[in-house]
Ligand binder design. Structure first.
Ligand code: SF4
Length: 395
């Protein structure tokens, strides 16, 4: 039994006031894209309108952008494998860089025929199904679980490692799945940290999100609640001050979002993050290293600097999982280490995310090895400038 995202206390015409100045600015992406979609900017900033008008077909995308051959074919040939779905807002990021042959937004959101060629990809690279003691509760570590309550997303990212969940209907805020998950968490006192994810955990009514928070917060051994959501990136109008105030009632609550490139950091996205941070909700960013999106020192630096400016802390960069259909987007781990190394010394430590290889047995931090060995009681290290440093060790 899925909860329709439309049925709640909020009227379909709810206008988040904090986004009004962007709606009224004729130069903003919001007002320019509203004109392209032939709606009032005040309607464009309604997240339900955005979800109802997701671009799912090649013809809809072609009305806004001129599609390349591989993209047009991608829409035609891939919809039976992994549906396309892109909010009008996120389409706006592509429109903003028409003529950019290397547009990092298109690579993430538009289907391409290259997805049909993949020699390594699998459906469930983290063996999440095998690590689920009950449906949609993934447990790799004793003290925490990922609770996949959502199935819908504002944008279906082409590299998503949970694509497999697209095949089955009815997973979105499914009452029976949530009941069983809550029961499992409540009966396992070792679980102190619950990550609410999906799909996108913010694609639900305020009431549904608050109802879930109430139930999890009522479990005495749960200390920390985290949300995984890409809405600040793909549907910033969803992250209203009103939603943030609801989350803040259940502190400690953390939000991890998922910007992959500086081009995604718009005034709209900055407002979404500000709504969270201004309500005391720490925001971290988990990116995925993707070819053509952020796999160069310059692009990764631009992302990390831009994140700090909007108060989203760069937290992780994941090596891309070997998910079916993503070979054209994957980057070697060796290249990933080089890109991450290039940040050292060029941005403060709080702007440097950990580079992570996620495996069915947990996360493995990978980085350039600065510890070269021991010489007697001295530790021999490489400095960030490539010099040798000898540090007397303590025994
Ligand atoms: S928002 Fe997250 S869950 Fe949804 S498609 Fe993108 S990566 Fe996958």
């Amino acid at each position: 039994m899925s909860e329709p995202i439309d049925s709640n206390e909020q009227s379909s015409f709810y206008i988040p006031e904090e986004f009004l100045s962007l709606a009224e600015d004729p130069n903003s992406l919001t007002s320019q894209m509203a004109a392209r979609f032939n709606v009032e900017p005040k309607t464009f900033i309604n997240w339900r309108w955005q979800m109802k008008h997701q671009v799912t077909e090649g013809a809809q995308a072609a009305a806004v952008l001129s599609l390349k051959e591989q993209e047009a074919q991608g829409f035609e040939q891939l919809n039976h494998l992994f549906n396309a779905g892109i909010t009008p807002y996120y389409m706006g990021l592509m429109v903003a860089r028409l003529g950019d042959d290397e547009c990092p937004i298109r690579l993430q959101a538009l289907p391409r025929v290259e997805e049909l060629k993949d020699s390594l990809g699998v459906a469930d690279p983290l063996s999440e199904v095998a690590h689920s003691p009950v449906r949609e509760v993934v447990q790799v570590y004793p003290d925490r679980v990922a609770f996949c309550v959502a199935q819908l997303c504002p944008v279906y990212c082409r590299y998503c490692y949970r694509k497999r969940r697209d095949e089955e209907a009815g997973l979105h805020f499914n009452r029976a799945i949530i009941d069983r998950g809550i029961e499992y968490i409540a009966s396992n006192p070792a679980i102190r940290d619950v990550l609410i994810t999906g799909g996108d955990s913010f694609v639900a009514s305020d009431a549904a999100i608050e109802g879930l928070l109430q139930r999890i917060r009522a479990i005495p051994h749960v200390e920390i609640i985290r949300f995984g959501t890409r809405t600040p990136v793909t549907l910033p109008y969803r992250v209203t001050d009103r939603l943030a105030k609801i989350l803040a009632k259940y502190h400690p609550v953390y939000v991890n979002t998922h910007f992959n490139c500086a081009e995604e950091i718009t005034p709209e996205a900055a407002q979404a993050v500000a709504n969270l941070v201004n309500n005391g909700i720490p925001v971290g960013n988990q990116a995925v290293m993707l070819k053509g999106v952020n796999d160069s020192p310059e692009r990764m630096m631009a992302l990390c600097r831009s994140l700090l400016k909007i108060r989203a802390r760069p937290y992780y960069v994941f090596h891309a999982h070997s998910v079916q259909g993503t070979e054209h987007l994957r980057v070697s781990i060796r290249r990933g280490i080089e890109v991450m190394k290039s940040l050292r010394g060029n941005i403060s430590g709080m702007g440097i995310p950990a580079f992570i290889l996620d495996t069915p047995s947990g996360k493995i931090p990978v980085q350039h090895n600065y510890v070269l060995g021991h010489d007697g009681s001295d530790l021999i290290l490489e400095t960030i400038r490539g010099e040798i440093w000898r540090e007397p060790d303590v025994f």
